[in-house]
Design a protein around this ligand. Sequence first.
Ligand SMILES: [Ca+2]
Length: 217
Amino acid sequence: MPFRHVFHPRPSNLFQSYFIGHQFADLIISDSLHTITDVGKTLSDLFYGRSHQKSYFLGCSLGGRQGIKAAEMFPEDFDGILAGSPALDFNNLQSWRASFFPITGPNTSSDFISKSTWATLIHDEILHQCDGIDGVIDGIIEDPNICNFHPEALLCAANTSTNCLTSAQVEMVRRVFGPLYGENGNLIYPAMQPGSEIKAAEKLYAGAPFSYSEVIK
Ligand SMILES: [Ca+2]
């Protein structure tokens, strides 16, 4: 329904103002997805001097979420959509991100796992266990969902304390790669995928509260 058909500039009471405000937001947000696509197609046609034949969407993170929303609301806009790491289920996504600090603890704790350990020792072991599942040893885990990583392989042997993990650290890694469940056992967010640890360690495993959770504490 076009925005102009439902929005009235002078709501008579608070409820009406709230209701119309949400309609306003929904319409502005959804219409903008379609409008910007039309603008992009028009610009492309003008730039190349001919009409486009196909239209594809490529986005990641919030752009991935935009791609999913476009597929849901305007499936005729694109011939194909590649939505990478779409930031869906936004509230639970933020809860999940905030859940890593209680697992890793502060970066001053004795068992804290450093960024370099995530990027070398742990990442190398993940590749060792999972790189070849896709049939090619190339540093890429094609389908992380079938990588059942066992951090116990890195547990320090007796009288060894370098290039290995303590039992507390092994448990930490195991929890990092586990799904997040609520108090009643419901799934809040799926598990972190193995192979993401180099990037994830920079912020999510940095031993500090997730910034978004600091806003609402
Ligand atoms: Ca591979």
